[in-house]
Write a protein that binds this ligand. Structure first.
Ligand code: NAP
Length: 320
């Protein structure tokens, strides 16, 4: 049974960002949650990108702890092997394997997906966790702004290429790891590559995380016929190597309040382990959340459509 905080209290936490996003929100909310049934994911297969660090490593460990066979898709296999060793030390009978994939490189994504499909014909859970916040404007091998490439184009292409294996699962789930930072940004359909204006890594990051939220309903519709659900979520504020490197001042100010990686991973694991949830929604701490708090960030459906057309053209995914 799922138990929740009363809605008014949960929503108050969410609006008072510091309370909701920090470990305080997690601890208040999680007191009402039931534990996952043991081996809830036995027999299922999962793939987590960026799984050698932070939240991704915690998601992989959590899924393995529930009995799933987990592939860690990483861009550096030494770091991936180290993470796999940590996971198997914590979950002794974990079935974990490490594969190399740079999700920002569309050619690499194609090569990885072909290799993956050669070994596995079933994928139950695909977690797009890999994330970056570049210090300055950088481009992927295909010339796309790096946040766009890592958070949007790579995940979109990987989902499409692996969808035949997900269609072979009973009720596959795709999970996009967005960020609460997206609440501050609107879609910029005229400048999705962030070529104009002063470039700030945090803004590029938040814009691309907004794109993930805006694309989620389209992806949910696209794959509904194959029984694949698509969820987007944010983990709250989590103490990870990525935050230490990219946001040292934020970390110094908020450190006692930051969530652990396992706390940040919780909703992704819960989405993966819970059947029958609605597809195409935005989640945080096991609840559907609003996609906008500010009027200025609201997009028109024509803008979402332009984003989708752009991404489909950039990745070669056929619009159908
Ligand atoms: N921490 C937070 O408070 C927070 C809040 C909101 C959202 N998030 C999101 O949560 C996710 C995980 O972040 P984190 O905080 O755990 O950061 P992290 O510790 O830096 O982990 C990010 C992971 O992504 C990998 N990665 C980056 N670019 C990649 C690429 N092109 N291909 C494959 N892997 C790539 C990194 O690999 P390397 O080790 O090789 O660099 C690393 O394993 C991100 O999507 C982030 O935006 C985090």
């Amino acid at each position: 049974m799922i138990n929740y905080l009363p809605t008014y209290l949960d929503t108050t936490l969410d609006r008072a960002v510091v309370l909701g996003y920090s470990r305080i929100g997690f601890r208040l909310r999680s007191r009402a949650w039931s534990p996952f049934p043991p081996q809830a994911l036995k027999g299922r297969t999962a793939l987590v990108t960026g799984a050698n660090s932070g939240i991704g490593k915690a998601i992989a460990a959590g899924l393995a702890g529930l009995g799933a066979s987990v592939t860690l898709a990483v861009r550096n296999t030494s770091r991936g092997d180290a993470a796999a060793s940590e996971i198997t030390a914590a979950v002794p009978d974990a079935a974990v394997r490490v594969e190399r994939c740079d999700v920002a490189d569309l050619a690499d994504v194609r090569e990885f997906a072909a290799g993956f499909l050669g070994k596995t014909d079933r994928l139950d859970v695909l977690v797009h966790n890999a994330g970056v916040m570049p210090a300055g404007r950088a481009e992927s091998k295909q010339g796309h702004e790096l946040c766009l490439a890592t958070h949007v184009l790579g995940p979109l292409l990987l989902t499409e290429l692996l969808s035949p294996a997900m269609a072979g699962a009973a009720a596959a789930q795709v999970i996009l790891m967005s960020s609460g930072g997206m609440y501050t940004q609107a879609l910029h359909p005229d400048d999705l590559e962030y070529r104009t204006g002063d470039y700030h890594g945090a803004t590029a990051y938040a814009r691309s995380k907004r794109m993930q939220v805006a694309l989620t309903p389209t992806l949910a519709d696209r794959y509904a016929g194959e029984g694949i659900s698509v969820h987007c979520m944010h983990p709250g504020w989590v103490d990870t190597p990525g935050v230490a490197t990219s946001l040292p001042k934020f970390r110094a100010l908020t450190r006692p309040l930051l969530r652990s990686p396992a706390e940040g991973a919780d909703t992704a694991i819960w989405l993966a382990a819970t059947d029958g949830l609605p597809s195409g929604r935005f989640w945080h701490d096991r609840r559907i959340r609003r996609e906008h708090y500010l009027r200025r960030t609201r997009e028109r459906s024509a803008d979402r459509n332009r984003l989708w057309q752009f991404c489909a053209a950039a990745t070669g995914v056929a619009i159908g």
